[in-house]
Design a binder for this molecule. Sequence first.
Ligand code: BTN
Length: 264
Amino acid sequence: MPKTRFVDVRRFESIDSTNRYLLDEARAGAPEGVVAVADHQTAGRGRLGRTWEAPPGANLLVSMLLRPAIGSGERHLATTTVALAALDAIGVVDPSAAREISIKWPNDLVERSGRKLAGILAESDLVSVGAAEGLPPPVVVGIGINVNWPATDADLPPELLGLAVSLRQIVGDPVDRDALLHAFLRSLESRVVDLDSLEGRARLAEELASRCSTIGTRVRVDLSDGSFEGTATGISPDGHLVVATGEATRTVVAGDVVHVRPGL
Ligand code: BTN
């Protein structure tokens, strides 16, 4: 295996949140590349203050500490590297399953019918201890991939029925979490390098566009101060979602995007 920055892999049978753990490590000056993997999280964090739950020993719950030397306006591309690396890894484990999966902007992995396979949460700390030592500020990116849970829809609580899916369901067999993690970290190494250059970042945005099922879809964008609807037409060179509303073209930097099905 080529040299990789992701060699310090810390495994936890149970922890509150791998993101919380790495943010604390970052504040104490930990370098880029530390990885935390948990069999179970007791307070897994999701986007927009939600929780992320999975039964022990079934899914991949992993966070990485990155310190990309890029401006705050581009740090969301760190999340893109993780989404693309996860797709790559699924392609290594089961190429036909990977063809069923796309990215729902900004960073959910979904299967063809829109059920969610994985979620990604990036958390930054712009005033951490490392800054004093000349380290770029940390961004902790955590991903939860539904690998073996749910085994079938019968495992899902009613509120997740039709909304969540596992790799096991797509592949048709249980999936080896360690093989997936190994392939993921390997791919992430080659993707993270792209954060360092303008061309690399443009490449990440292009790849995001090519794997993004939000494009061409009617969407509702929920922002902190209201929402609007339109058709997603593309991804800007810096990774933002471009939405045509009829009256204007708007670029969405951050927000929750709902794919609106015509007729619903
Ligand atoms: C989402 O809401 O879609 C994002 C979910 C992110 C969950 C992962 S699991 C590993 C890491 N640790 C956390 O506490 N959250 C992320």
